[in-house]
Design a protein around this ligand. Structure first.
Ligand code: CA
Length: 258
């Protein structure tokens, strides 16, 4: 096999990727670094979920039996528990019942092959946050976990208030001084991200990675974030909000409650 030397452009792209990753890990830590317990007796599925979520920057524990899961839950707290309902030595719903009896606040996402409406209603009424039917895409699983953890980071409220700004996480609507203001989905996610990380410097690279994930074109500049922030600031201030975005020269922005 002939190994071709890397071109200047390829080296640039690799360095840029490394720099971006460092920035992302530094600034995005408290949202992406979730602790997840995977309760699933199907080896292949458990391993692929573990690999996928770990690669996404999360910390995963695994349990393949009711007993193993009980032991972990007795000792640790998790941002989210993925709960299979049929385990070789017990019922997933029983684990959920015990968890709620002890007033544990871990988020719970039921993953089940049983597409039974009764199971679903029972799981949700016992306090599970969401329910996903197997088979599912790992990206969908990840999105559901993120949604659960985000809601929990905002104290389980569907409504977030930041002075005159109100954000409805379920309806994905934003009001300023009680009047709805239209934002695109990307703008909505950016506002949420900045409010979740208020008073912290967010680099343009971190913001891009948060919103676009792997689709963010690593080699390009992140000027499009500048454009998005400019539009968001205009919409907010036009609606009578104060301007909470502070530019941090050469880095990005800080959303501050001044
Ligand atoms: Ca099972």
């Amino acid at each position: 096999m002939v190994v071709q030397p890397l071109s200047k452009k390829e080296v640039f792209i690799i360095l840029e990727k490394m720099r971006l990753l460092q920035t992302v890990f530094k600034f995005i830590g408290d949202i992406s670094n979730m602790k997840v317990l995977i309760v699933e007796d199907e080896d292949g599925l458990r391993k692929s979920i573990d690999q996928y979520l770990t690669a996404e920057g999360n910390v995963c524990d695994c349990a393949s039996t009711y007993e193993a899961a009980s032991q972990k839950l007795a000792i640790y707290d998790y941002d989210c528990i993925l709960l299979d309902l049929t385990l070789p030595d017990g019922e997933g719903l029983e684990l959920l019942r015990n968890l709620k009896k002890r007033n544990k606040a871990d988020g719970v996402l039921i993953i089940s092959a049983r597409n039974s409406i009764d199971q679903k209603i029972e799981g949700l009424s016992l306090g599970a946050d969401d329910y996903l039917i197997k088979p599912f895409y790992l990206s969908e699983l990840n999105a559901r976990i993120m949604a659960i953890v985000r809601r929990r980071n905002f104290n389980g409220n569907d409504l977030i208030h930041f002075n005159e700004i109100e954000i409805n996480l379920i309806a994905k609507e934003i009001k300023v001084k009680n009047l709805p203001v239209y934002f695109t989905r990307k703008e909505f996610d950016l506002i949420l991200y900045f409010i979740a990380n208020k008073n912290k410097v967010i680099s343009r690279a971190a913001a891009a990675e948060h919103i676009w994930g792997d689709d963010a074109d690593m080699a390009d500049s992140f000027d499009f974030i500048y454009t998005h922030i400019k539009n968001i600031r205009k919409k907010l201030t036009d609606a009578g909000s104060k301007d909470y975005f502070n530019s941090v020269y050469g880095v990005g922005y800080k959303f501050i409650d001044a």
